[in-house]
Each structure stands twice: as structure tokens, then as C-alpha cells.
Write a protein that binds this ligand. Structure first.
Ligand code: NAI
Ligand code: A1CAB
Length: 282
């Protein structure tokens, strides 16, 4: 967003507990702080980009400062809009204990418990959106999807899409697709790097220098991806176009099929998607 000039650096305030991760922001001309509340006081659009297990604590911390003018965007893998808008399980357990101790107030607390699942971790009505980016956002070639919470409207969705389109492809999707996107693309980038590494190592094994092999592997992935996007063809069709009968490619593809590449990659997407579903429970 900064490199595309969508947002001036001076309007960005980044917060983290230590200086370690703030240097990059300072070098880009952004302001930094160690106080999350200060970000809420100074900004209307707030990105929450902590690890998922850190997020509930951050939400508790900023909750008092969140107002109707804020747009809160969570990037945390697996953390659902429902979780963002609900009290923590621990709090629920404490209230259950209280319930046992205060038998006399049984009726009153029962009523409270009935209401609690709907009590938000963020203030009710907060404009909250859930975003799943991927690493190539840093080179403006990301693939992002987002879903809006009940308080966010067309204006907030349009703002987010407009800002993030400078970082790559950005689509609004039903929330149920977000964990799938994590398995396909958020984590998927790592599978592609693994494949690129294997391609290059194959070439090194056959005698090509490593640096050249890596560059050619990367350009091969880039070109293949570009053709898929620009032609709109199914990858199976493009793969067929490369295969000469009795030629080199079909011999190589036979080896990949013997190694169950497709089933293995499908299993990887499934494993990451399932993990995204579980991560919020940790
Ligand atoms: N790395 C990736 O490719 C992707 C990551 N994500 C999600 O983005 C989030 C961040 O992931 P990474 O950037 O990889 O992690 P990271 O560890 O590089 O960044 C986390 C940041 O949170 C900050 N932080 C920690 N505690 C904090 C607190 N109490 N208050 C404010 N800031 C705090 C840290 O200083 C750090 O800058 C995760 O939830 C992850 O699921 C989503 C898609 C892709
Ligand atoms: O591995 C993770 O949990 C994060 C989410 C997607 C990419 N990295």
C-alpha cells in the first residue's frame, strides 16, 4: 500500500511490544508505538496482525477504545468473525464457577449465561472484517480474501478492497471460504516454494549451478501462473499443451503421478484448512 502510494507513511501508526518488528515501519517513514491503545486513539482503520493466540488479549486491551468510527480488520488465521464478536471461553467458565458459588443468584446468573454467548469481545456493532492475505502481498502480487462481520457494510468492504487491491488480487467471499483460502494460498505459498526448491535441486543434480537453477525455477512458476491467469485456461489443458507424445514432459509427469503429487498437494490443502479451523480453539 505504501509503495503504491495508496496511503502516506505519515498516516500509519504501527504498534508492537518490542522494537524488533517496528524498525521496518520506521524505515518506511511510518510512526511507531508500543501502545496498542494509541493506535485506536489515532486511527480509524485498524489492522490486527498478531499471531492468533495473541489476538484475544489484544482485543481485551483495545476494547475500551473501540468506537463506532473504527474499522477493525483481523488477519489472524483461523480466528472467526464469531470469535471476534464473542466473549472468551475462560470468561464463560469463570461465570459458571460464580454460578455454583452463588446459588442464591441462580436465576439471575442463568439469565446472564443465556445472554453471554452473544456478548461481543469487541463492542457490539463494531465494524469488523476478517482478512486472509498471503506473503506475496509484499511484492504487490498477493492473493487475499476477506469477509465482513455483521457491523461492517458496503462502504467498509469497498474501502478495504480498494486499499488492498494495491497488494494484489482481493476478493470478498463468504466467511466459510477464508480457512480454505488459508489452505490454498496463505499457506499455499510455502508449498510452491517447496516445489520451486525441488525443481532447482533436480537441475543442480543434473549439473546446473544452484543460483541459475533457482532463478529459472522462479521464472518458470511466474510464467506458468501468468499464462493460467491471462488465458483463463484450466491448468490441465495448459499441461497437455506442454506434452509432446513420447516426449520429455510425459515421462516426467509419469514420475510425479507415481509420487502421488496431486493427492499429496490436495492432502496438504486439506490439512492446512483443517488446522485453520482448529487454531482458534488452541
Ligand atoms: N505469514 C504469513 O504468510 C501469513 C500470516 N497470516 C496471519 O498474520 C498474522 C501474523 O503472522 P506473521 O506476520 O507471520 O507473524 P509475525 O510474528 O511476523 O508478526 C506478528 C506481529 O505481532 C506483534 N505482536 C505480538 N504481540 C503483540 C501485542 N500484544 N500487541 C501488538 N502487537 C503484537 C509482533 O511484534 C509482530 O510484529 C497471524 O495471525 C497469521 O495467522 C495470514 C496469512 C499469511
Ligand atoms: O502458517 C500460518 O499459520 C500462517 C497462516 C497462513 C500462512 N501462515
Amino acid at each position: 500500500m505504501l509503495s503504491r502510494g495508496k496511503v502516506p507513511a505519515s498516516s500509519i501508526l504501527a504498534s508492537a511490544p518490542s522494537d524488533k518488528n517496528l524498525d521496518t515501519w520506521r524505515e518506511s517513514g511510518c510512526r511507531t508505538t508500543h501502545c496498542n491503545l494509541e493506535v485506536l486513539q489515532e486511527s480509524t482503520l485498524v489492522f490486527l496482525a498478531t499471531k492468533p493466540h495473541v489476538l484475544p488479549g489484544v482485543l481485551q486491551e483495545i476494547r475500551p477504545a473501540v468506537g463506532p468510527h473504527h474499522i477493525v480488520v483481523s488477519l489472524a488465521a483461523g480466528v472467526t468473525l464469531q470469535t471476534l464478536q464473542r466473549v472468551r471461553f475462560l470468561l464463560l467458565l469463570l461465570l459458571l464457577l460464580l454460578l455454583l458459588l452463588l446459588l442464591l443468584l441462580l436465576l439471575l446468573l442463568l439469565l446472564l449465561l443465556l445472554l453471554l454467548p452473544f456478548a461481543p469481545l469487541l463492542p457490539a456493532g463494531t465494524k469488523v472484517l476478517r482478512l486472509m492475505p498471503n506473503l506475496p502481498c509484499v511484492v504487490q502480487a498477493g492473493a487475499m480474501v476477506f469477509a465482513r462481520g455483521s457491523g461492517a457494510g458496503d462502504g467498509e468492504a469497498a474501502l478495504l478492497k480498494s486499499l488492498l487491491s494495491s497488494c494484489g488480487l482481493c476478493e470478498e467471499v463468504p466467511e466459510s471460504y477464508i480457512n480454505i483460502h488459508t489452505g490454498l494460498s496463505g499457506s499455499g505459498v510455502a508449498y510452491v516454494y517447496l516445489f520451486a526448491e525441488a525443481l532447482a535441486e533436480g537441475a543442480v543434480k543434473m549439473g546446473m549451478p544452484g543460483g541459475l537453477a533457482s532463478r529459472i525455477a522462479a521464472q518458470t512458476l511466474l510464467g506458468a501462473a501468468k499464462m493460467m491467469l491471462e488465458t483463463g485456461e484450466h491448468p490441465a489443458k495448459l499441461r497437455g499443451d506442454v506434452c509432446t507424445p513420447g516426449g520429455t514432459t510425459i515421462h516426467a509427469l509419469h514420475q510425479l503421478e507415481k509420487g502421488a503429487l496431486r493427492a499429496t498437494v490436495m492432502n496438504a490443502v486439506e490439512a492446512a484448512t483443517n488446522r485453520a479451523c482448529d487454531v482458534a480453539e488452541d
